[in-house]
Design a protein around this ligand. Sequence first.
Ligand code: KG4
Ligand code: ZN
Length: 353
Amino acid sequence: MIILAIESSCDETAAALVKDGTRILNSSIATSSAMHERWGGIVPEVASRQQLKSILPVIRETLSQIPEQRGTIETLRSSVDALAVTVGPGLVGSLLIGLESAKALAMATGLPIIPVNHVLAHMYANFLISGVNQSEAPQIRFPAISLVVSGGHTELFCMEDARTLTWMGGTIDDAAGEAFDKTARLLGFGSGGGLAIQNAALGKTSLHDKTAHPLKLPRPMMDPSTFNVSFSGLKTAVMREWSAIPSHNQEATTRFAWEIQEAITDVLVAKTIRAVRESGAKSVLISGGVASNLRLREKFRDTLKDHPDVGFFCPPVSLCTDNAAYIGSYAYFRGTPVAWDTLRAIPDLSVEE
Ligand code: KG4
Ligand code: ZN
């Protein structure tokens, strides 16, 4: 089954052709992220205007993979089995660009159309075949614990199988990505976010000044009574500690970046591993932009050495951040087609079903 998937929930405009939920036949992405840099955050109006320019070229480029083109509508009818599109959560102006484009294609072709929850779809990046030497889809054993960590979401799920999800907990305030982004800005990294913190923290071993006062940031809500997390206190603590030191030199930046990364990843790993213990899970899946963090991956691999029967899955970096391939995978494993004229953008679509 071949699905044409469309994603436009934030500042990316993406389309992908996905076969049987696992094989990416083609994937195209346009992003306006650089245009938002000077504002220190995404400007919704700018994002949707750019998406309006990009959506049709992105869809056309994705379809160019199909041989023997007979015009878009005929090509879709002859080579694609269904359409999938993100309906939420996200920015309303952005969601509408992808959604209305997908509806127009559904109306013109008569193809079934599958609405997709962007946050739940992130975890299906783990179901896609990736890497040059891999010909088989990842062998995920169930039940699995799935951690979705993106710019706007930090959510923990139990997957009984590829279709059955139970939400276990999530952030009560800032998401992990938001914590990386806000503290990165405090350290002067502009819009660099989590990647800037990760890169700065890499200098820790060479630059660590033994005379500097040790920095210990809070690891909030580590108590075992909940799978919820909270990161807003971390940002406040970083602000307090950063303004209390005399010099914001490179050594201080490295030390803070390291400890911010340690605090966030400690909380994420601890909550996930406890969920593994309580559920008897056979796999751990991580996804979302923050899942590309190298220290987070390293900590999961180290911690799971104590659980040799539990498999660890994380998508390549290119599939962690927003794209349409995982939208197509989600639609295959979990989607239900609906009549195109019933589809609406749902900016605050919940992750709890
Ligand atoms: O999933 P994503 O691309 O977009 C959303 O759907 O939100 O995630 C973006 C988030 C940003 O907060 C960014 O700072 C974070 O992912 N991120 C990282 C890294 N790369 C991206 N966080 C930590 N370490 C990284 N290497
Ligand atoms: Zn996302």
